[in-house]
Design a protein around this ligand. Structure first.
Ligand code: UD1
Length: 448
């Protein structure tokens, strides 16, 4: 065991290097862009790798800030995380000497809480901070904690930390969620792979990233199966082994770029996009009159015939998969500003996920927010460049989309939020013909 380091009971936020994007709008995007591996898969795959002492290898890992934070968090526990080549990571959790996930990690990224299930299942204890993540609502973790308790863990909450213990093995059970939770499902599933007996999780979330995680767990020797669309069954094993996995493409990044093509009246092909994971967005684009061509591992959006300002207005509602992803609500809402008429947005998953629209209004959009879950968008808006502030990851990417379509120059502050989840976003937009630059905040002339 390495010498334990002192607890950080008092969290002192570290200064984050601030970034901004400068965007000159009005250029239709054209070309081909490769889709990166999915953030929401990679983070859970890294957590799953702690279920074994053997080395796990991941390819197609997105080079994003959240992955870097997860790698650092694991290294702090004593896990070896190597980065032998771009987009390739190896995780070896043979020696874990510090079963403590501090607020420093949790404040940066909610997905740090994904370490609860695997560390508890393998080592029988963990102290883990209540997580932060995007500012898009309360986002409690009660479902995760209840699932661990159902699996036999003893969990106390003190001073912002969960103290979880499971001497011996976790015990399999039926984990019944009151409603669908993506990471709740994943945490319960990871814990159950090493529990004693047969666990049933219901209702289990159906996101493609969860099936990617199931595929990896099976390669590790786990017995995990989605037996019905909303049911996952696991027979616990005593040990799991190392495995290799290629991360599933990011459907949220693909959707963001698909909408960028439509916003600017361009034509963009997304390489490695999984159309079958984007059914609800493809259907929405179709209803708006935007041409989408779906292949097995590529998707083309051609908005040159209709063009922004002339799309059909529609009503959208977010829902757990296979419904419209809440992470695609902000970019889709931006696109609705280019419909000819009144559209409505119902954000059904999170309660604070429409606030960013006040920034979109500053760019000329006409939006009414009657309550925290609903927006009414009157289109078409003639967007104009403005100084706006990003408050979270997906809203940030969406303000970039608005700026790409706007007349004039926008300065989008808070660009570092976007780096949490989009690999090299400005490079990808530049390759499509956009005029975009990343700047260090405080010195708008210095490229980041
Ligand atoms: C994951 C995704 C996030 C996405 C979200 C919904 C990752 C890293 N993040 O977040 O990008 O927006 O799914 O698709 O994969 N809830 C509770 N108690 C809990 C857990 C959740 O009340 O213990 C509530 C949440 O506040 C929310 C709803 O359940 O209203 C669904 O959230 P959930 O599916 O758990 O989202 P995350 O897994 O946190």
């Amino acid at each position: 065991m390495a010498e334990p380091r002192p607890f950080h009971w008092e969290y002192v936020p570290q200064p984050v290097p601030k970034e901004a994007f400068s965007v000159v709008g009005g250029t239709p995007l054209h070309g081909t862009v490769p889709v990166a591996g999915a953030k929401n898969a990679a983070l859970k795959l890294f957590a799953a790798a702690t279920l074994t002492g053997e080395r796990c290898r991941f390819t197609n890992v997105p080079e994003i800030e959240d992955v870097r934070v997860m790698a650092e968090t694991l290294r702090d526990l004593g896990v070896v995380v190597d980065h032998p080549a771009p987009n390739t990571y190896e995780v070896a959790a043979g020696d874990v000497d510090w079963l403590f996930v501090p607020l420093e990690a949790a404040a940066k990224m909610r997905a740090s809480f994904m370490l609860l299930g695997p560390l508890l299942a393998r080592f029988g204890e963990v102290i883990i901070s209540n997580p932060g993540g995007d500012r898009i609502g309360r986002r409690p973790v009660d479902l995760h904690v209840d699932a661990m308790r159902a699996l036999g863990a003893d969990i106390e909450y003190r001073y912002g930390y969960y103290y979880a213990k499971a001497p011996g093995r976790l015990r399999a059970t039926e984990v019944r969620f009151p409603f669908v939770s993506v990471m709740g499902t994943e945490n319960a599933m990871l814990a159950a792979t090493l529990a004693d007996g047969h666990t049933v999780i219901r209702p289990a979330a159906q996101e493609p990233e969860i099936d990617d995680l199931i595929a990896f767990l099976c390669k590790m020797g786990a017995d995990v199966e989605r037996t019905y669309p909303d049911t996952i069954e696991i027979v616990g094993k005593r040990r799991l082994r190392g495995a290799e996995h290629d991360v599933v493409p990011d459907r949220i990044e693909a959707g963001t770029f698909a909408i960028a093509a439509a916003m600017t009246g361009g034509k963009v092909t997304l390489e490695r996009a999984r159309c079958d994971h984007l059914d609800s967005l493809v259907e929405i684009l179709g209803r708006m009159g935007i041409a989408v061509d779906c292949g097995t591992d590529r998707l083309t959006v051609d908005a040159t015939a209709v063009g922004p300002g002339s799309y059909k207005p529609i009503d959208i509602e977010t829902a757990p998969y296979p419904g419209l992803a809440t992470d695609l609500q902000p970019p889709t809402s931006v696109l609705l500003t280019q419909a000819n008429g009144r559209s409505t947005v119902h954000e059904a998953i999170f309660e604070d996920r429409l606030e960013w629209m006040t920034e979109l209004r500053r760019m000329g959009a006409t939006i009414d927010l009657p309550d925290p879950h609903h927006a009414v968008i009157e289109g078409p808006a003639k967007l104009v460049g403005a100084d706006v502030e990003i408050s979270d990851l997906r809203a940030g990417a969406s303000l970039i989309l608005a700026a790409l379509a706007a007349r004039g120059t926008s300065l989008i502050h808070g660009g570092h939020h976007v780096r949490r989840g989009y690999e090299n976003i400005e490079r990808k937009f530049l390759d499509l013909g956009a005029r975009i630059e990343r700047l260090q905040e405080g010195d708008p002339s210095t490229p980041a």
